[in-house]
Write a protein that binds this ligand. Structure first.
Ligand code: BGC
Length: 869
């Protein structure tokens, strides 16, 4: 019987209150003011105001699927405004929309049940492929406006998306719906000013707002977790001055994005995805191909204004140091600014984008008229490009132009670094090669973005010579086949022996049978992961967690099970559950895992035994990853990680299945809200900050995911991402590399897709050569859920590419197959038996899992010791 960590107290705890307040503070920093003619901030009027839009009551706190967090409550926009003293005069319209939504939900549920009964499909799969979406908004009628003051209307646009399906360029998704368009037109006619708030997880079309003077302000609220409405009110009223900056480029129109026509479903082919735009993702594309964005990467307004002055740029050995003074030149509002440094690399044998983000710093609060100075350090090796011909990272000789500004299109040239000869910074082996010819985009420097004073600035800029000799070349040595472990220990060695230092992990591993080793490498879900549980609900020890590692070796070896729970917008657990008096969790009692669908499906609800106890696991829904990235404040992001780490400790969770750190390659990816940015450097830094916050808590670890090139959701398990080695390394792996090198997450999750013809879960090159040999990753690698097709995730008969192979996972260095099935165990054992998988590989993976258990046990001992002192 597993230990229950959950609370028996239903009432809101001090920890919940404290973390909600912290989360509100973080959320206010992640909102981006896109447009403001002075209408914001608002003074709270005495009369009722006009507030319309899908997001007023149906505020989206974060997307769906495993990225959704089951918080106790959500403060929607309506509540937030009311708590902030606003009176709302649009109840009849809001009530009409409520009625529409519940009707819509009822018919969705009926359809859901009918489809499940007809197809015998697992509920989770149906829901992922056919997610519920709120209906279009009702048209505003004359009666809705009667008696309302006409100086200002607020319009809240909400969007949702989630894993398993991508977004579409249609009304109500990327585009405005018909209802939204006509409502906005009505409001622009009837009101002096309209303020639009975007409660969205990713980019939507903004043409209507940009080109309409009646729309006085547009605020990207983003999706902010359970304190959403309260945080929004803080910004609208000016209690907090907005300081968020975009972490992705917002295009003028969808077709301006590089892979607009070929992305996923757009060209009808969801089996093969060709990364033909190469390294030109996000602003790298817009800046290098002469496309003007609506709102550039790094952009955001404030209620105040700031002046940036670069005091000095110096190069010392292998790094660059900038001192920049920021002055608040406004006269009313205290606020924060983000200094961003971009570098343009020299033309050479490897083509370069116009510029890349190389460093940044967010200031603290600056009062009007006051200044603050920030220091930004940039490692010269971070400016290297990957040269496929020589399989090395190189700094090509030439000039590196250093640009400092408030966003990617506002910078000024502050220095030029001069490197007189090529330098190889890291020598690697050739790997991850494409499985077909990829016709990558080629940029013409004549089309690069420029501005009127650029040439003048360049000519006048300070020249700094960099000594090529000062930069070291690192040469990577790659692993050989693992050696079979053996032991001289005759007695049965347990984890306690290792803890007391009388034996080593190797002794246990050597003594374990193949079956025991395989159990350690396969999660514990049995009897159908898809039908009996929703995503992220396969743990028996901690209801609502995504999975457990084996408990089979507790009695014989003292190897306890680990609990793994989702993220990234907080800790995803069931809010409540029921256990009998002995502490056995009773499935089907307490919070429904499937939102009440069990009853509709006629699934029996077990009787509540005498003495049963209710448990509570209320966690904080923090802002989505994109909103965190938009803060550009790494300390604050580590606080978000700290909130999660604290709750992991409380509920006995070892690994948090987050941060998600795929690159936002195209705005239609259904999971972009779970990811930080289109830029690998920013993504890597945000992930490192999050991991640091989580791993401050003893025995708790982060799991970065989904490694790698998991950039679309339709057909995600059977999609083949085709890309060149340079594109893979510079854009899609770079963030992971930074996170591993800066913060050593305890674990990493592979993706569902294939990369150049091989499931990432089965890629030795990715998981051993790159991750462990090149980056020195020390933790456990696990698969994404069901990627081997075990349990009842029936092989997709009609898919071009099948599932990954369990034994190949182990051989590749993928230590843990999740959520695990008996088929996975059997497949591994059969390959060992028939000589296809060397036992040494199985030992290596099992050893890593045991080391993680050991780490957790050690931290629990230290905790006990500390509490006994
Ligand atoms: C998602 C992962 C998640 C896992 C467990 C999968 O469907 O892709 O991100 O961690 O489920 O819930």
């Amino acid at each position: 019987m597993a230990k229950i960590y959950a609370s028996k107290v239903k009432e809101e705890s001090q920890r919940e209150k404290r973390n909600m307040a912290r989360s509100r503070g973080i959320a206010t920093q992640g909102m981006v003011l896109l447009k403001n003619d002075g209408v914001l901030p608002l003074t709270v009027p005495k009369y009722p105001i006009a507030v319309f839009g899908s997001g007023v009551r149906h505020t989206v706190k974060g997307g769906t699927g495993s990225g959704d967090v089951n918080s106790r409550s959500v403060c929607n926009v309506e509540q937030g405004l009311k708590d902030g003293g606003f009176l709302i005069g649009t109840d009849p319209w809001l009530n009409r929309y409520d009625a529409l939504c519940s009707e819509h939900m009822n018919s969705y549920m009926q359809c859901f049940v009918a489809e499940l009964t007809r197809k015998g499909q697992a509920g989770v799969l149906y829901a992922l492929e056919n997610p519920y979406r709120d209906p279009d908004v009702p048209t505003i009628i004359e009666d809705d406006l009667k008696g309302l003051d006409k100086s200002l209307a607020l319009y809240i646009i909400a969007r949702t998306s989630g894993e398993g399906s991508d977004r579409r360029v249609i009304g109500g998704d990327y585009e405005l719906s018909e209802g939204e368009k006509s409502n906005l037109e009505i409001l622009c006619k009837k009101f002096e000013k309209v303020v639009v708030v975007l409660n969205v997880g990713g980019v939507i079309d903004t043409e209507f707002f940009r080109n309409n003077d009646k729309v006085g302000a547009v605020l990207l609220m983003s999706q902010l977790g359970n304190i959403s409405g309260a945080a929004l009110t803080d910004i609208l009223t000016g209690k907090v001055n907005p300081s968020g900056r975009l972490a992705a480029t917002w295009a003028q129109k969808y077709l301006d994005y590089p892979c607009a026509d070929t992305f996923g479903h757009r060209n009808g082919d969801v089996a093969d995805e060709y990364y033909s735009e190469g390294i030109f993702v996000g602003y790298r594309w817009f800046d290098s191909f002469g496309v003007t964005p609506a709102y550039p990467f790094g952009y955001g307004l404030s209620y105040s204004d700031f002046k940036i002055n670069t005091d000095s740029v110096t190069a010392d050995g292998c790094s660059l140091k900038l001192k920049v003074t920021v002055t608040n030149i406004g006269d009313r509002y205290t606020g924060k600014e983000t200094v961003q440094v971009y570098v343009s690399q020299p033309a050479g044998k490897v083509q370069k984008p116009y510029q890349v983000l190389a460093g940044f710093a967010k200031t603290g609060d600056i009062k009007p008229g006051e200044s603050t100075t920030v220091t930004i350090r940039i490692a010269l090796t971070d400016l290297a490009s990957y040269d496929e011909k020589t399989s090395s990272w190189i700094l090509e000789k030439g000039e590196y132009t250093v640009r400092v500004g408030k966003h990617s299109r506002s910078s000024r040239i502050e220095a030029v670094l001069v490197l007189e000869s090529d330098v190889v910074t890291k020598k690697l082996k050739k790997c991850l090669l494409p499985d077909c010819e990829i016709d990558e985009a080629k940029a013409d420097r004549a089309n690069f973005y420029t501005y009127s004073d650029e040439t003048k600035e360049y000519e006048k800029a300070l020249r700094i010579k960099v000594d090529p000799e000062a930069i070291n070349t690192q040469t990577v040595s790659y692993s050989d086949e693992p050696m079979l472990l053996t032991t001289n220990q005759k007695n049965t060695v347990t984890l306690q022996d290792v803890l007391s230092k009388s034996a080593a992990v190797d002794d246990i591993v050597s003594q374990l049978s193949n079956e025991e080793l395989a159990l350690l490498c396969v999660g514990t879900a049995r009897g159908g992961f898809g039908s009996t549980s929703v995503i992220g609900a396969a743990s028996t020890a901690c209801p609502g967690a995504a999975g457990d590692t084996t408990s089979e070796l507790i009695n014989t070896r003292g190897i306890t099970n680990l609990v793994l729970a989702d993220g990234p917008a907080g800790l995803r657990l069931s809010k409540t559950f029921v256990a009998d008096s002995e502490g056995n969790v009773i499935p089907g009692l307490g919070e429904s895992a499937m939102g009440g669908i069990e009853q509709l499906l006629g699934m029996p609800v077990p009787a509540r035994p005498d003495g049963a106890i209710d448990y509570y696991q209320y966690c904080t829904a923090i802002p989505i990853a994109t909103a965190l990235a938009q803060t550009w404040d790494m300390e604050l992001i580590s606080h978000a990680g700290d909130i999660v780490g604290e709750e992991m400790e409380e509920f006995g969770v070892t690994l948090w299945l987050a941060p998600g750190m795929n690159i936002q390659r195209n705005p239609l990816c259904g999971r972009n809200f779970e990811y930080y940015s289109e830029d690998p450097f920013l993504s890597g830094k945000c992930a490192s900050a999050t991991i640091t916050g989580v791993q401050k808590h003893k025995g708790c670890g982060a799991c970065i995911k989904h490694f790698a090139l998991n950039n679309l959701e339709d057909n995600r398990s059977h999609n083949n991402s085709h890309a060149t080695e340079r594109t893979i390394r510079e854009i899609y792996l770079r963030g992971f590399e930074i996170a591993v090198e800066d913060a050593q997450p305890l674990s990493l999750m592979t993706s569902y897709n294939l990369l150049n013809g091989l499931h990432t879960a089965n890629s030795y090159e990715l998981l051993t050569s790159v991750l462990r040999d090149e980056w020195k990753f020390k933790g456990v690698v696990m698969t994404d859920w069901g990627t081997t097709g075990g349990g009842d995730m029936n092989p997709a008969m009609d898919s071009k590419y099948g599932f990954s192979d369990p034994a190949l996972c182990i051989k590749a260095g993928n230590d843990l197959i999740m959520p695990g099935s008996q088929e996975d165990v059997d497949a591994i054992l059969s390959d060992v038996k028939f000589g296809k998988l060397n036992r040494a590989y199985l030992q290596t993976s099992a050893k890593r899992v045991i080391e993680l258990v050991l780490y957790r046990e050690q931290s629990m001992i230290t905790d006990k010791e500390t509490s006994n002192e």
